[in-house]
Design a binder for this molecule. Sequence first.
Ligand SMILES: NC(=O)c1ccc[n+]([C@@H]2O[C@H](COP(=O)([O-])OP(=O)(O)OC[C@H]3O[C@@H](n4cnc5c(N)ncnc54)[C@H](OP(=O)(O)O)[C@@H]3O)[C@@H](O)[C@H]2O)c1
Length: 273
Amino acid sequence: MLILGGTAEARTLAAALAQRPDVECVSSLAGRVSRPRLPVGKVRVGGFGGPGGLTEWLRDNHMTALVDATHPYAEGIRGSALAAAPLAGVAYLRLERPGWTAGPGDQWHRVAGYAAAATTMAALGRRVFLTIGRQHLHAFTGLPECWLLARVVEEPGPVPRHVTVLRSRGPYTVGGETAVLREHRIDVLVTKDSGGSLTAPKLAAARALSVPVVMVDRPAPPPELAGQDVVHDVIAALRWVDRLARTGPGSRAGSTRPPPRRHAGGPGSGSTR
Ligand SMILES: NC(=O)c1ccc[n+]([C@@H]2O[C@H](COP(=O)([O-])OP(=O)(O)OC[C@H]3O[C@@H](n4cnc5c(N)ncnc54)[C@H](OP(=O)(O)O)[C@@H]3O)[C@@H](O)[C@H]2O)c1
């Protein structure tokens, strides 16, 4: 089985499958981060070269199943996995954690993309805590009236003078996030709807300090995902593996229920990276 990873769910799944003598598993990482958290078991690193390269890799390595447990915003690899699985004749599962939902006291502004997020951000405040990673940072840096505290895992390269880079990697605490918001006098938080508990404390801190949140919505599910096996936590993914082990890779094993929405940081909301 190939697990497309880079998330906590992928690592938890790989660790659980490492205990099973009947499943041989390889985890795949994109290789974007200099010191990645490595999953248990076999790991390969780097892109496959698109859907064609992934199809070839699955065939060459005699895979029978592919679990796409990548981040909800990793659209490129999700599309590759959806295209490659049928071409290589392997069973496909999407493991995607549920998004966050606003609760009492939250002031969330949901937007459909990064450009809309930048406009909404500028309408709401002047001192911004930007937690969308480095890939889309450029969408926010063209508004010099907004001072940005941009939290990223890896160095983003040169940034304008009104942007301060804060390099760090979660998990975070509500106390720590509250201190960041206070210390930098943040008046608006910008985030993706990553879901999970590891980065949710910023939302609790924003709620407590009445800081508005601009929430960039998840990319729409591609049409190819319709009718595919989709689960929303590792337990369900392990059940899928069990069914697959019983019935063989030619059969459908999963569930396609829509993801249950959970309150940010609520019980069972999972992990984020
Ligand atoms: N986007 C986020 O906010 C975010 C947050 C946390 C973790 N991550 C993790 O970081 C990785 C990259 O995310 P992204 O948003 O840059 O992805 P992306 O835009 O979907 O991926 C771009 C390209 O990177 C390669 N790639 C991505 N994930 C891969 C994997 N697990 N194994 C092998 N190659 C992979 C593929 O290259 P080829 O076309 O050459 O195969 C893919 O086409 C993913 O594994 C994701 O789970 C992403």
